[in-house]
Design a protein around this ligand. Sequence first.
Ligand code: SAJ
Length: 425
Amino acid sequence: MMNFKTICIIGMGYIGLPTASVFANHGIKVLGMDVNADVIGHLKAGKVHIFEPGLQKLFHQALESGRLQVATEVSPAEAFIIAVPTPFFEDKSADMRYVESAAESIVPHLQPGNLVILESTSPPQTTVGLVAPILEKSGLKAGRDFLLAYSPERVLPGRILEELVGNARVIGGVDPASAEAGRDLYQTFVQGDIILTDATTAEMVKLMENTSRDINIAIANEFSRLAEKFGVDIWEAIGIANLHPRVEILRPGIGVGGHCIGVDPWFLVEAAPETARLVRTAREINDAQPAFIADLVDQTAGGVAGKTIALLGLAFKPNVDDLRESPAVKLAHDLEFRGAKVLAYEPFKPEAGLPGITQVTTLAEALSEADLVLLAVAHDQFKALDPAETARQTPAKAVFDAVKAWDKPKWEAAGFAFTGLARRF
Ligand code: SAJ
């Protein structure tokens, strides 16, 4: 069994930072590296730059222990973990430049016997086809001179710290020794099962998980459109269907966002366009959902042109501060395109500075001149809004709940005309 004393984690984002903190708190010396000097500056000052429950405390504890350091340069270590983003280009093809440069930055430091782990979600065969050849520029060979594995992160934003420790972990090696070394490293803190396989299988597993969730959300969104067409309350219908022991329909909404589920399925489409047909269709359905909601709001409001809409929430899902690929942002643009004036309020990121979005920093400001209040993201603080109190803060006489977070009778009792996505009750 290998015993790792030092690791270097490349990328101090949503995955790298919690992972670095957890390792350090379990007795390993960690260097957290990020090319962004602002991020490192923040971290050095003891402040985490992202919102995730419990992370600030965990990070602080790791710094205090003296085992976690952060820097803008890679340093030698027994193991290297790559946890950088893999976004996509305009044409939906994978942008692997961060992974490439992370691998390049390891090359000068790579020693025989080191372990390198890729955690970033990547197209099939990235580990063997892209990362191995870059690392081999060191003159060392993957599987023979150094160990190389793929181990995807699978944690849910909002529950990252629990899931990092509790979830099962898959580790795919370029050879069995690499997978075993990965297990030795992660079992430092992982309490869930650790499953060993080959690198390409582990890459597929990750893509299959997020793709199947995307497809399941797409069918829920398509059902919501059908329900609109047939005058059915989709929430009632799903509730009843889900009583069936083998049916579990997810929630329709304003679309799918974030840097994972809305992105990863495209890696399969790009890798095998002729084969991944259902995958592509699901992506297209979910991507079109913000425009569908904008049309629905437009119809139910008797036209949004010239009206002011208080848009509640810009994050990609409830109770997170992440606005990447957010359908709420697309919805704001779509409503503006239809002639509305949108005042967006996002409590987790009140000043995001998004181009083309008018953001206000308080709820009161959003409400004060609204004709319509549109709930886009079911943050706890929006769910808890009191309709009577809201009525006192706004001239708006109508609300639209796109995510079934509000109680229709209560809002009606407060004097609002209430509509929502496929909503009768
Ligand atoms: N959404 C719906 N309806 C639902 C569930 C979600 O519209 O019933 C929307 C959300 O509002 C959001 C998007 O889908 O816009 C994605 O949210 P999510 O909570 O389903 O997932 P993510 O993107 O936060 O995290 C996913 C997780 N993957 C799976 O559950 C299979 C997580 O475990 C992964 O680690 C993460 O992607 C990742 O990093 O890949």
